[in-house]
Structure formats: C-alpha cells, structure tokens
Design a protein around this ligand. Structure first.
Ligand code: FES
Length: 278
C-alpha cells in the first residue's frame, strides 16, 4: 500500500460531541429506564420473601399452582408454603434476613449481566462508554474487556449452562400451572390466564436463552470453524436464527418474567382474579 493510501482517523471528539442529527440519545435513555425499572422491581420482589408471614410468590387460589419465576426452583419457602428443604437454610444467621429468592436471583442476573447484547446496552446506557455510536466518549483510552474486572464477563458461558437448566425448571412450573386441585384433592388438567402467563414466560426465556452466542458456539462451533455434524449444524442454524433477534428476545423475556411475578403476586394478594378458561 502506498503511503498516500493510509487513512488518518479524525481527532477524537469531546464527551457527547457528535455530528449525528438523529435522536441518538433515545435508545440509551430507553435502555437506562427499562433496566432501572426492572432492577428496582426485581430487588423489591426478592426482598418480599424475607417476610416469612406472607407468601405472595405462590398462588393456589381455585386449586391453581403458580410459582413466581423469581422463587423457582422452590428450594426454600415460607411456613405457609415451604420449599423442598423447608423455610430457611440450616445455620443461616438469625440477624440476616433471608428470602428464598436470594439463592436463585444471582443465576438469571449473572446470565443477563454478562450477556453480549446487554453488555452493549448497559455500557452505553449506564457507563456512557460510549453513549452511542460516533458520539464522543468520556475517556481517551480503550481497554476493551481484556483486563480485570471486565475480563470476568467471559464467565458468561458458564452462566449459560445454569440458565439452560432454569428453562427445564420453569417448563416444569408451566406444566404444574396446567393442573388444578379440586376440593376432594383430585387434580385436573385445565387452563387459566395464569397458566398462559407461565407458558409464555418459559417460551420467551427459551427463545432468549437458546439464541445465546455461547450456545451457538457450544453446539456448532470450534475454535474458528463450524461443526461438520449435520445435527449440530441444524441446531447451530436454529440458534443463529434466534440470535439475529437476540436483543428483542432479551427485552421481551425481561418484561415478561417481571410481569409473571406481578401477575402471581396480585392474584395472591386478591387484587387480580385468575380467570379459568376450562
Ligand atoms: S449472549 Fe446474550 S444470553 Fe448469551
């Protein structure tokens, strides 16, 4: 290449400076508000489990069996609805409040926090680094994710294994939501609005989870080449198909998992009525 062909990059712009004329700040602002609302609500909902006297994360009215995804799997519960291992882990310090959600929340939270799509979103929305494409950023040096603490984002693939397990658990919860206990103790297959809420929840979470980059690599990728196995190649193509809309599935599933908790909570509080279809 002749020296005259070498391109020089324009000087770095000051923070926030840009030639963009569109409303570029709308998307990071929307992400900031969306994430903030979800984090605020989820923290509040998880802390409600510290009140051992009430159980608003499970609804059993009309013979239903709906468990909030924030509290699933039900390892621990409250006296009125104990989990597999009772209500509080043995040896839990009495001065420290305990909610069954504490043992669960870190998995979906870690999975989303380290997700490649979310990283792109919250680096812009919360860290303003950069706030948007071709908009001046607050620092002059780009370090990427090669150093601590951001190199820890590579743990994402391990969170994927746990998140995939959660899909199985939530599918089981959705199945339980299709069975209703009659007054004589017999169980009947049925469908109510709450059943649909739980089914949509696991479907959206599966569409998000199995569009994960780590899953694509796991089933269809080697270091720098695609798998030669036709079965794995098909799965890879399915994951790629989901991956193209990964951001959409990320938002839809985020909203719906919060809504599922709201639905069950309001039914359990007697504010909403769960309509039985059959
Ligand atoms: S990249 Fe988004 S969930 Fe893995």
């Amino acid at each position: 290449m002749a020296s005259s062909d070498v391109l020089t990059l324009p000087p770095q712009q000051g923070f926030g400076a840009t030639r963009r004329t569109d409303i570029w700040w709308l998307q990071p602002l929307g992400a900031f508000l969306g994430f903030s609302a979800f984090i605020f609500y989820s923290t509040w909902a998880a802390l409600q489990g510290t009140n051992q006297a009430v159980c608003y994360f499970w609804y059993g009215g009309g013979g239903a069996d709906y468990l909030s995804p924030y509290y699933s799997p039900p390892m621990f519960g409250v006296p009125s609805h104990p989990g597999w291992f009772g209500t509080i882990p043995p040896g839990w310090p009495s001065w420290l409040p305990f909610s069954p959600a504490f043992l669960i929340a870190w998995i979906p939270a870690g999975f989303r926090f380290t997700c490649y799509y979310y990283r792109g979103q919250y680096y812009k929305a919360f860290w303003l680094d950069p706030v948007a494409c071709t908009v001046g950023e607050p620092r002059k040096v780009y370090l990427g994710e090669r150093y601590l603490p951001l190199i820890l984002q590579n743990i994402h693939r391990y969170f994927f294994y746990l998140a995939a397990l959660f899909i199985v658990i939530l599918a089981r919860d959705a199945w339980d939501g299709l069975w209703f206990t009659a007054a004589d103790g017999s169980r009947h297959f049925g469908l109510a609005v709450g059943s649909l809420v739980l089914i949509v929840n696991v479907i959206l979470l599966a569409l998000y989870t199995f569009g994960c980059h780590s899953f694509r690599h796991l089933i269809g990728g080697f270091l720098d080449a695609k798998t030669k196995s036709p079965g794995c190649a098909s799965l890879y193509n399915c994951a790629s198909c989901l991956n193209r809309k990964h951001g959409n599935w990320a938002w839809y599933s985020l909203f719906w998992v919060g809504f599922t908790d709201v639905y069950i909570r309001l039914c359990a509080m007697g504010i909403w009525h769960d309509y039985r279809l059959f």
